[in-house]
Design a protein around this ligand. Structure first.
Ligand code: ARG
Ligand code: ZN
Length: 843
């Protein structure tokens, strides 16, 4: 059954307050609820229906009198009084048997919850929808030493603890944690002088991995005060690390729950990239306290209201904490790797979808990352100051509301006087716009003519022009900037913009900072790209120029059997050598476009991508770079050496990123000698893992893999890296066999989402390996998705997206992938989650 945005109706009752008593037991937890309902004057008449799934109803009562509601697999219906009433139920659930990790479940003996989006209905009967907001009082009974819920602790005694959350919230923000946990404490004084107790709760043994997360939390709290004027609003803020978790983390009010991989950090066990990601996710969840919790969503179609904005806010935070240029380039790499294939394939959907079967399938790169891009565009169009004013108005007007995208846009319209009706298409129109450009120069006037066109996507054949902020700068032929960054506002299908008074034909730097999430179809001479690579003042476009040259070179290698583009390699060398440039930026410049990005480009240009040919071309090009720079590489490695003690800050991690990018080239020359030396000497995970990765690609990994396993066999998170890397970094023909061999190990705990993804996600990331001609990659993945579907539909469904590009490939591969998708579709009792995904993939 499908749910439609257009069917929205408010719930017929309001909830004054909720009182829950949870009596914990692994196989028979009792949940007693006492809820005060009153008729909602703003809702049409309707039956009293409460969501509830997989609950054993023990008893229900209205105003103290037992009632017998009508039960369905989705919930219950009951006759209720016409005025306010007290609703009581007692239900029984079995957290120890909950492998879906939704609702109340157990992870390593610890009780925890995940309620977003619709998990609360697996805990008790309730109107489980985000526009029903209520204050919660929770009493937890059980013999675990630590018992946590939302809000502030109010009282506790032997075997029980009580919590009260004074802020009305939807049920998806409910959380409960109980277990044998230890805390890493901290404190924060808010801007108005309120003292807040902070804690990161972990399993005993993990205490030493909390300090970084705690600092990131404090930095986030300060940043949100300084940049958005947002202050924390409870006496306590708790974070809990959980090993079994479907997603990254969850912003439950006052009690954020994290996948342990997204909070635990130490130099020995975490890479620089892990540290940066942890900092960003802690910030993201914390920022949700205002954008998500204080202002929540009316319904799940509005998910981007909180997620797009919060991703945008966490990207601003990372830009402020580290390098804005590097963050922007990394975000675009990620957008192209994850969102573009989604937007341009069978799973394409608008930033605000209009229908769904299973909402968990819409926690996507489109809702999150494209949703954040849309906010970035809005900010660029109205300007920083107007953006700040609009946000102030948003918080003032909608605090306490369950809001919509219409509310969000109206705030901008009211505060700026702009008409955003066309801009709103960014929320309703799916697909990636293509932007093509022609240039003209005459009598000192330079004219850029843009054309935009969005190809049809599932369910949307006709596309209207969107508002595109196009940031442009002009350079004169000697490399000086004659027109600094200017934002052109394109609204028509075709539109020209002129720059007057120029003394010579300029070189245009277009879409600076990737000012709109579009595909730029631009035939620029290689010479002009090399000029931009050398001279552009916009770091993003400097990187993009080089990326473009690399893409062009690989395209020619694959389609015409051309050799490596030595002119590009030489131009790039100047950048790589430039010691004044940020090493992190130079490291990004050294990476080639991913093989799946190349497949996408070939497909877009009408060439059927051959994964083996793409892999071979990338290898040849990397070898050519290594050989050309053979004398430069040792010099660069030496220059990036970090001599001070380890810090995950931007400065040190940039150096290591450059050093390790160089090491991977060096490995092509020495067969792994330098990598082995680095592996043996490494005293932090960044250096150790990069070296291991090089050894794997060189086929010289046996001893190192064994040593790594000996060293880390008892650390689950580090072993995830060990599982992942040997599948992701190995040569294509070994990827599926290796993945399969790993699944036979006793420590392949496939019910743990991190471990499952480490192997299966890495298989999908090994482009040529996953697309092995004999179909072995597809087969293995499909088998495991079928198996996982029975236990954890959500994680299985998410991973189905690795098939989203299936129609791009040759007939043989298409047939193999289609057969696997059909095999999954035919599984008896297939979950709604996977069934929807496979249905969309095949349609
Ligand atoms: N709201 C969480 C976040 O973005 C994600 C939780 C999604 N969970 C899910 N089961 N779909 O931080
Ligand atoms: Zn979020």
């Amino acid at each position: 059954q499908t749910t439609y945005l257009s069917d929205y109706t408010p719930f017929g009752w309001q909830v004054a307050d909720v009182h829950l008593t949870v009596k914990l037991a692994p196989k028979a937890t009792r949940v007693v609820s006492r809820i005060h309902f009153q008729p909602n004057p703003n809702a049409p008449a309707q039956d009293f229906f409460l969501h509830g799934e997989e609950l054993k109803l023990i008893r229900a009562a209205i105003d103290g009198t037992e009632v017998n509601p009508e039960l369905t697999p989705q919930g219950l219906r009951c006759d209720v009084p016409s005025g306010p009433f007290l609703w009581e139920t007692e239900v029984e659930i079995a957290p120890a048997e909950n492998t879906a990790l939704e609702g109340l479940y157990m992870s390593n003996g610890m009780y925890c919850t995940q309620c977003e989006a619709e998990g609360f209905r697996k805990i008790t009967y309730y109107p489980d929808r985000p526009d029903v907001m209520a204050t919660f009082t929770v009493r937890i009974e059980g013999d675990t030493p630590v018992k946590l819920s939302n809000g502030n602790p109010t009282d506790s005694g032997e075997g029980w603890a009580e919590w009260h959350d004074p802020w009305p919230k939807p049920a998806y923000l409910f959380a409960l944690v109980a277990g044998d946990l230890v805390n890493h404490p901290g404190a924060f004084t808010t801007m108005s002088g309120k003292e807040v107790e902070l804690n990161i709760w972990v399993r005993p043994g993990d205490e030493g991995k909390c300090a970084f997360g705690m600092e990131a939390l404090k930095a986030s709290m300060t940043w949100d005060e300084e940049v958005y004027g947002r202050e924390y609003d409870l006496d306590i803020f708790n974070i809990v690390a959980v090993d079994d978790f479907n997603m990254g983390a969850m912003e439950n009010k006052g009690l954020n729950i994290f996948n342990s991989s997204c909070v635990l950090a130490s130099p020995e066990t975490s890479t620089d990239a892990n540290f940066e990601r942890i900092e960003a996710i802690i910030a993201h969840e914390y920022f949700h306290n205002w954008t998500g919790n204080r202002i929540t969503c009316r319904d799940w179609f509005q998910l981007c209201l909180k997620e797009g904005l919060t991703v945008y806010r966490d990207s601003q935070f990372t830009s402020d904490m580290r390098s804005a240029e590097v963050k922007r380039i990394s975000d675009v790499i990620d957008l192209r790797a994850r969102q573009f294939p989604e937007d341009q394939g069978p799973l394409s959907h608008p930033v605000r979808p209009e229908s769904f079967q299973e909402i968990n399938n819409f926690y996507t790169a489109t809702v999150y990352e494209k949703g954040a891009e849309v906010i970035g565009m809005l900010k660029r169009l109205v300007g920083d100051e107007a953006y700040g004013k609009a946000l102030d108005l948003y918080f003032e007007r909608h605090d306490g509301d369950a809001a919509t995208i219409e509310d969000w846009l109206r705030v901008f319209e009211d505060s700026t006087g702009r008409d955003l009706s066309q801009f709103k298409r960014w929320y309703s129109q799916s697909g990636t716009p293509h932007l093509s450009i022609s240039e003209d120069y005459a009598d000192g006037t330079f004219t850029l003519t843009f054309k935009q066109e969005t190809p049809p996507t599932p369910g949307q054949s006709d596309k209207a022009p969107q508002v595109l902020p196009i940031a442009v700068g002009l350079l004169n032929p000697n490399g000086d900037e004659v027109v600094p960054t200017t934002v052109l506002e394109m609204t028509d299908a075709e539109q020209s913009f002129s720059f007057e008074g120029l003394s010579a034909k300029p070189v245009a730097s277009i879409l600076r900072g990737f000012s709109a999430p579009v595909v730029l179809d631009r035939e620029t001479l290689a010479e002009e790209k090399r000029f931009l690579l050398a001279h552009d003042t916009d770091a993003f476009n400097r990187w993009e120029a080089s990326r473009d040259l690399a893409r062009g070179c690989l395209f020619d290698m694959v389609t015409e059997g051309a050799g490596p583009d030595m002119a590009w390699i030489d131009a790039l060398e100047q950048v790589i050598r430039d010691g004044d440039l940020d090493p992190a930026f130079r490291a990004l410049m050294l990476a080639l476009p991913t093989q799946s990005e190349l497949a996408q480009m070939l497909h877009a240009k009408g060439v059927t991508p051959d994964p083996d040919a793409i892999h071979a071309a990338a290898e040849t090009l990397r070898n050519a770079m290594a050989e050309r720079w053979s004398s430069l590489l040792p010099e660069l490695m030496a220059a990036t050496r970090v001599t001070e003690g380890y810090s995950p800050d931007a400065k040190q991690s940039g150096k290591r990123a450059l050093g390790n990018a160089v090491l991977s080239l060096q490995t092509r020359l020495d067969g792994g000698k330098a990598a082995q030396a680095q592996f043996d000497a490494a005293d932090n995970m960044t250096m150790q893992l990069s070296a291991l990765s090089c050894l794997i690609s060189a086929g010289a990994e046996d001893a190192a893999l064994a040593a790594f396993e000996r060293q880390w066999k008892d650390d689950r998170l580090v072993m995830d890296k060990w599982f992942a890397l040997q599948v992701a970094a190995t040569k294509p023909e070994s990827a599926a066999p290796r993945a399969e061999a790993l699944t036979k190990r006793p420590d392949f705990d496939w019910k743990n989402p991190n471990r499952f993804r480490a192997v299966m996600g890495s298989l999908a990331m090994n482009h040529a390996g996953f697309h092995a001609k004999d179909g072995s990659g597809y087969r293995l993945l499909a088998e495991w998705l079928i198996k996982l579907d029975g236990k954890n539909p959500q994680t299985a469904a998410r991973m189905c997206s690795v098939f989203q590009t299936w129609t791009r490939y040759d007939a043989g591969r298409q047939a193999l992938m289609k057969a696997e998708l059909e095999r999954i579709a035919a599984k008896p009792d297939l979950s709604r989650d996977v069934s929807e995904m496979v249905g969309r993939l095949l349609s």
